[in-house]
Write a protein of this length. Sequence first.
Length: 287
Amino acid sequence: MAITDGTVCALVQCMLPLTGNPAPHQITTALRTPVLTHDIGNIRRSSLRSAVSWAAGGAGLIALGYAGLVATAWLRYGHVSPGAADETDDLLDRFMPRYEVVERHHVRVSAPAAITLSAAKDGDLNRSAFIRGIFKAREIVLGADGAESVRQGLIARMTSLGWCILAETADREIVLGAVTQPWMPNVVFRGIPPAEFRAFREPGYVKIVWNLRADPLGDAHSMFRTETRVSTTDDAARVKFRWYWARFSPGIALIRRAMLPAVKKDAEARVPGAVSQGLTPAGDRSS
């Protein structure tokens, strides 16, 4: 038998004190309100549990993806590719012909090579909140002191930190190098004179060379490239750096890739009357 609102109201009235019996519609409302509040509470708790579950699942996927990147970097360490024919670099070969790690990235730019290289040299990594976040994450993980935020062009900033300009071809390429121990919380870069860099073998160090390069593609276009090579001076340094590289190489690669659109945008903005068409990367490679 179906129970109507009127029946419910009648039953409740019988159970109420004899004084001040409420009207039927008041009883119906009184009965329904706690139930409705209870249902809303259940819905909210259920939604919260779902949100927490989704967040936990997302965090788990991110952690799993990062673990995969770490494992890949560890396994690939020391297995480097020579690069495509247009990626060969005589200046880099002069200072580090053999290496254990290499990162290569490039992007096509609608600007002459000289303008593109100038824009790359003047670029300020601290303009990017994304890159600042990666640097901050490293500081937290390694317990490093907070780095001073200085607005400088890339080359000026790097040389102020200790990097040495090893070689330069006007309007085409610049190569920088340093030795360091990147696993230390407060990393120090030690510049080595160009004539001594290749032969440097002091134990416990990592040698790094990297470049900024712009290859002409006609008069109005160019291919911007950046390549980083790393080698270690002994087995102890190799073991430490391999573990460091496995953990931090995903962030390092992201910094390099984040640099590409900034260089492209700045270079194309320097071309008189040019309108930037946005990033159209030709690709990137790392090993």
